[in-house]
Write a protein that binds this ligand. Structure first.
Ligand SMILES: [Zn+2]
Length: 84
């Protein structure tokens, strides 16, 4: 895993176009009163595995997605923007 920065600095802000969510959490949160967001309800672990990157639902102890890198080593940017 290369940690050499490859992305433009603006890519380090929130750029998520499509969120990854547990379908069970999404179903449950729709019935909770008072309403809370899926973002506040979800509890996930995200990490690298021998195959790629896994998103795990801690609440349901189930796989949400496991992205297979097919043995590829992808560049990853771990820099963090600090607020001034
Ligand atoms: Zn869940």
């Amino acid at each position: 895993m290369s940690t050499k920065p490859t992305l433009p600095v603006e890519a380090l802000s929130l750029n998520i176009d499509s969120y990854v969510a547990c379908s069970k959490c999404a179903e449950e949160v729709a019935h909770i009163e008072p309403k809370i967001s899926l973002q506040d309800y979800a509890a996930v672990d995200i990490g690298f595995t021998q195959w790629g990157l896994q998103v795990w639902c801690r609440r349901h102890q189930t796989n949400i997605v496991h992205i297979d890198f097919n043995g590829q080593q992808l560049p990853a940017d771990f820099r963090r923007l600090e607020k001034n």
